[in-house]
Ligand binder design. Structure first.
Ligand SMILES: C[S@@+](CC[C@H](N)C(=O)[O-])C[C@H]1O[C@@H](n2cnc3c(N)ncnc32)[C@H](O)[C@@H]1O
Length: 328
């Protein structure tokens, strides 16, 4: 029996509306259940779509979802940091539209054995690609030093009770190693004082977020995508990124600004002498968020931020002159 893939695509109309009118070649970097890809192919039925996801299950779900478009899709298991090599294998296509809807699918969250959720009892795993990634959340919790754990919880979770949580982890793992999501979630919930626990917000949310980001090296992955992106576009191609937490959104916002205004000259100079050329323009001054209707229908969409950048003619010119190094 075929398993349904549970995921509702966020900001789907907006993602389709931002695609250039003459889109012919699309790259979906986060296929998930294939929802966004399908919407894009419905709007651009002649387009070729390349797609990656680091989770093999997402590829199966997408092939199924896009079965009517078999002739025009190419799907591969890969992470953002593997894009350069995939790109070379594909014969270096240039894209009109690249989409990355980063984070987890509802499907990944809903399967207890993936170990992403504090709502279900499961192994403390959290790997998006369990076949090729080795480090699990249990490894981090049971083997990392106090310093490493503090760094993870503070940098990736911005967890104000990081010190307390980490000292309890160190004490508890002396008696028994952490094995399940529930053991960790219950411990965090006991450690955070009741008066600081917000209604409707599981106290383990930030700890789980931090571990997931560390296990999957998510910020470096996003950095790799941003580094590669400028060299992948056709003229007037657009990059759309949906992120779900402030660390990622900040990275995207700063990179887009830097592409738009890369000049590093002192502000008191009357004209630019650094020679850095803008790569295009930001199409979303503020992030696009879900409408009230979408937020009510799909609570996951409430924290989604969509930002879009348009690479202009100058990018192709810089590329042909060998001047585009893709620096982040
Ligand atoms: C929010 S879901 C995408 C949902 C999809 N847009 C849809 O409409 O069905 C995010 C997907 O991105 C994948 N992913 C996250 N980080 C990735 C990375 N660095 N490289 C490749 N895939 C990644 C996850 O495995 C997950 O399947």
């Amino acid at each position: 029996m075929k398993m349904e893939f549970e995921h509702i695509s966020v900001l789907a109309e907006e993602v389709v509306d931002f695609a250039p009118q003459t889109t012919q070649t699309i790259l979906d970097c986060t296929l998930g259940g294939g929802g966004h890809s399908r919407r894009l192919l419905e709007k651009f039925p002649e387009a070729n779509l390349y797609g990656i996801d680091r989770d093999a299950k997402a590829l199966n779900a997408t092939s199924d979802c896009l079965k009517n478009y078999k002739e025009q899709i190419l799907l591969e298991q890969a992470s953002f940091s593997e894009l350069p090599e995939r790109f070379a294998n594909w014969g270096v296509p240039q894209f009109d539209y690249i989409l990355a809807d980063i984070g987890l699918s509802s499907e990944q969250l809903a399967r207890p054995k993936r170990g992403f959720s504090f709502m279900h009892e499961g192994p403390l795993d959290m790997r998006m690609d369990p076949d090729r990634q080795h480090l699990t959340a249990a490894d981090l919790v049971n083997k990392s030093s106090e310093h490493e754990l503090l760094k993870i919880l503070r940098a990736y979770g911005e967890e104000r009770f990081a010190r307390k949580i980490v000292s309890t982890i160190l004490a508890e793992r002396e008696k028994k190693l952490f094995e399940t999501t529930k053991e960790l979630a219950d411990m965090v919930s006991d450690v955070i004082p009741r008066r600081f626990q917000k209604p409707g917000f599981n106290p383990a949310t930030l700890t789980f977020q931090a571990l997931r980001i560390a296990v999957n090296d998510e910020l470096n992955e996003l950095g790799a995508l941003l580094k590669e992106a400028p060299s992948l576009f056709k003229q007037d191609g657009r990059l759309a990124i949906i992120s779900f937490h402030s660390l990622e959104d900040r990275m995207v916002k700063h990179q887009f600004r830097k592409w738009e205004n890369p000049c590093v000259c002192p502000t008191n100079l009357p004209y630019c002498i650094c020679g850095e050329k803008p790569l295009g323009r930001v199409l979303t001054r503020r992030p696009v968020n879900a409408s009230a209707k979408e937020a009510a229908e799909n609570p996951r969409s409430r924290s989604a931020h969509l930002r879009v950048f348009s690479f202009s003619e100058i990018t192709s010119w810089l590329k042909s002159a060998g001047m585009l190094t893709g620096t982040v």
